[in-house]
Design a protein around this ligand. Sequence first.
Ligand code: NCD
Length: 330
Amino acid sequence: MSTYSPPNQSDNPYIPFGDQRSAPFYNKDILSVLQFTRADLDYIFGVAHEMREMVTRVGTFDLLKGKILANLFYEPSTRTSSSFTSAMERLGGSVIPINEVHYSSVSKGESLPDTVRTLECYVDVIVLRHPEVGASALAAKYARKPVINAGDGVEEHPTQALLDLFTIVEELGKVDGLSVTMLGDLKYGRTVHSLARLLTLFDVNLKFVSPEILRMPPEIISELDQKGIPQSEHFSLEPVISETDVLYVTRVQKERFEDLSAYESVRDAFVITLQTLNKTKERMIIMHPLPRVGEISMEVDDDPRAAYFRQMEYGLYVRMALLAMVLGKA
Ligand code: NCD
């Protein structure tokens, strides 16, 4: 169900689908959620909404015809890389996929700055996923073309946070006043780091539920504190589940553990089942950035509160909006 209404065009200084090079984000990097204001979010979601209508009506159209995107992925990805590809192709542009950096000159020892300086000779925008914190900022420093952070190690995943927020708006019709519970690997999960930061623009109540060794990093807790966000930490879902409006479940990030026995000790700490649903509000949503590896039982998938498959679709429209914006066409 969609309850979000895009900004009234007569009130909106930006004309979606025009060639507005003075529009916000034209030629800008998308590196961190900290760069967004609430007005930016209204604008992005307004464009994403238009994108959804266009995809529903015509599927593919020529807004970015002739533009080329490099999808540079140093870490595995299914959703992020294919949704950026789909977004670019639905807008009439094309994509150079470098998903398996082992087959590129990276395996010969080429540095990230040299790789991006190479790619920008051939493309108009670079989408980068990298295992190191700060990699996208480094790439952006060297690239003259816009760089979009598609996940930099454990730090941030800003486009995921935008699509997560868009999902909340579309599904629940508002963000202010909601109680958002983040569950699972809050230490290494970059999606929850970005989403928690982005939610500081709203009047929300955050609850963090994790095993002791996977708590939300203290720097983020203190960032949220400084912004006056009510937050609490728990080691069990029980005390918070009944008041939760958004339950954001995450995978335990096995690849970030140095000690695999520590991973084994927490991998099955939380599993959402039909019994969990019995304790939730009637109107709430369960989200997950995916992939899941057992944290949500498949029996939950058919419940209307399970929003994680719809969440992936919202991601297409948000990424279409971002590409159109950074390339000056929204
Ligand atoms: C997430 C990621 O890569 O951080 N996946 C995604 O982009 N949808 C979450 C994860 O891998 O657990």
